[in-house]
Design a protein. Sequence first.
Length: 451
Amino acid sequence: MLLLVVPLVTALMWACQIISQDTGKPGANSELKIDASPVEQGEDSWRIASSDKVMVTVYAPGARSARILYRPIVETSRHILLKTINSSDAGGRDKFSSELKLVPDFAGEVWAQISYPDGTSKETEPIQLAARTSPTAQSAQSGSTGTDSSANRNGSVGSSESAQSDKFTGGKIEQGPLQPGQPDIKITVNVPAFRLTLWQNGKEVRTYEIGVGMKKYPIVIGERNVTQVIWNPEWVPPDSEWVTESHSNVEPGEHVDAGDRRNPLGKLKIPLGDGFLIHQASKPSDLGHLVSHGCIRMLQDDISDLANKIVAARALNITPAQIDHAMKSTDRLVANLKPRIIVDINYDTLVVQGGVLHIYPDVYERNANTIENFRAELQSVGLDTANLDDVTLKQMLDRVNMNEEFKANLADIRSGNALVAGANQPLTSQSIVAKKQPAKSKARPGRRGRR
């Protein structure tokens, strides 16, 4: 039996990668089984790990290999491949084992995909496994999992609409500078707009441009919680197959220090729970694009400003001198937040803000920009759409692209003049760069490879 250490503490958190497309709900097979120990039984079939490490064992007589898979409770369409164990690695036996190191908020389904010498494959029934320190485990042990677990699994805790919508603001967004010592702060994100906004006491303090998860690895929509801000985070590559594919210069389990050029996290990370992060962008062109593996990226100056504002609002016992030292060194600094900060991540492509309609691109192709949704949005802010034909609405929707939004005043839409009076606008400052420099890109066709 080969002992394989899988540092799940980074499987999502530091790599921000969900690496395997879902193949459907794990199927049942009576001759196969997956088990974990040591665990305690919780509510609703949850197995609660008794320590931060568990041994996962797959029983599969005659199998050639076993792929151990994990799906966090916040994900319904993707899973993570933790390790492929071949029969030779398992010592020629009929079971495959791996020791898993669980992150504090680890919670989800764990199962195995089994391959046989004749080319066939089967899957075990999944088990529900949670770290003892996870919110899911605490709920399971107190008998109150049902509603919360279901909400998290559906990823629909937060609002599906932008916080800037006139439906919430009444058509006017109050703005103001951050007030130190006023702890009522909140963060909202609208993915298609590539915008993250910090609010305090209901007022907009600042909005930042961001990059978000790729279409293949989208950020989870819903409500998240922030309990820490971490300067100079280290990165521990997980014992997972994507590491060897995309990070050939690191070893699984290796501690990649802050400041190391191989560390993809930069100077700051803000964990969102369940392995999702806000962290530093690798370059300015990340903004306004689908670039990450499920995380939010911000420029260093912006994420530093956000962190400083959080510290000031919560009056934390961290001095400007300590932050300045952290930014100029590789020394780790951690700000613990109690109570938590809510981060509401939305997916709203049709937003009426201050009497102006903004149509953003449907970046994840979720069939959001339909004529039916368009009419419903206009009607929700009191505009009669009876005189608007489908052709006109479709022409407005077609004005949008991955670099530009389309916006028009409601008065112009009402008068039928929106296509003439409306205008396209770059989504972010980096969209402007992309638009202004097409010739440079065409002149270097050999440099247009995917990165």
